[in-house]
Design a protein around this ligand. Structure first.
Ligand SMILES: C[S@@+](CC[C@H](N)C(=O)[O-])C[C@H]1O[C@@H](n2cnc3c(N)ncnc32)[C@H](O)[C@@H]1O
Length: 284
């Protein structure tokens, strides 16, 4: 008999049987009692532009404000939470200080990152998602979604579809805490273009300058309520057709998230908490 599955099993069985035991007891993550491993510094920097103290302090400002809004605008009850675009799990580590890992869903398009989260934060629900929804999660199954530095990077179709998906997933009264880039980013782009002309641009400024066209046209589009997007090209799982640099005006957020069933409750401009604006939206 030529059974290909049996042949596959024969190939893996000896290795499985001889593999060493875990060198430690595997239990769910406990960020207070046993702080989890950090990823290497270059991974931290690639995903959040900072590492260790600066990276965690920025995340703490985000989570602290989200918790404040949860008390003032939310349902005041615990429940399942999504860390959308969780990366290596910086935001998730802080959320775990105040909630059970079984209620935390860490969603990312990059399987290396969901694997990192699975290994360093055992017990959370790390899911690798497609660039566009839907997810496998159920209607009205989530009380809060947090997305730090994700909607600041999504192109319009992806951003609009994920807003719709969170409208499907959140319970009525559920909150979305997201960050976006605002008009200050357009000034940054114009500054980069100026630096290129002056011959003083570094590689980041040069790449940002090249992604966008005429700064006046960008400002007009933004003021007319359009999401302004620059495509940097592909970076592994993050392809340039959905992941780059995005500035979203208030009118765009109100229209697109409004269509998805949300009211915009709070908007902290960029520069106050961190370099991106922080928003609170509530599911009707
Ligand atoms: C700038 S990083 C922020 C990581 C994390 N939120 C933090 O602040 O530590 C953006 C993350 O969003 C993920 N991402 C990009 N597009 C996505 C999509 N369409 N769906 C889910 N995650 C996505 C990226 O892979 C990356 O891990």
């Amino acid at each position: 008999m030529n059974d290909p599955i049996a042949a596959d099993l024969q190939r893996v069985l000896p290795g499985l049987i001889a593999a060493p035991d875990f060198p430690y007891e595997v239990t769910a993550v406990d960020v207070v009692g046993r702080p989890p491993y950090n990823p290497p510094e270059q991974v931290q920097r690639k995903f959040v532009g900072a590492s260790y103290q600066a990276a965690y302090e920025e995340a703490a400002r985000f989570v602290t404000r989200a918790d404040l809004w949860s008390r003032t605008h939310g349902r005041g009850e615990p429940g399942p939470v999504i860390d959308f675009g969780s990366g290596w799990g910086r935001i998730s580590r802080l959320l775990l200080a105040g909630m059970s890992s079984k209620d935390l869903y860490c969603l990312d398009v990059d399987q290396a990152m969901t694997a990192t989260v699975n290994v360093s934060l055992p017990g959370v629900n790390a899911l690798t998602v497609d660039p566009y929804p839907p997810t496998v999660l159920g209607d009205r199954s989530i009380t809060r979604v947090l997305a730090f530095s994700v909607f600041s990077h999504l192109a319009e179709p992806a951003a609009a579809q994920w807003a719709q998906e969170f409208g499907r997933l959140l319970v009525p009264g559920g909150l979305a805490h997201i960050t976006v880039l605002d008009h200050v980013f357009l000034d940054q782009v114009a500054g980069c273009q100026e630096a290129v002309r002056a011959g003083t641009a570094d590689s980041f400024a040069t790449s940002l300058a090249q992604m966008f066209g005429d700064p006046q046209a960008l400002r007009q589009a933004y003021q007319a309520g359009e999401l302004v997007y620059g495509d940097p090209g592909d970076d592994g799982a993050r392809q340039g057709d959905f992941y780059g640099w995005a500035a979203a005006p208030r009118a765009w957020i109100e229209r697109v998230w409004g269509d998805a069933g949300f009211d915009l409750l709070e908007w902290v401009p960029s520069g106050e908490l961190f370099s991106q604006a922080m928003l609170c939206l509530r599911r009707r």
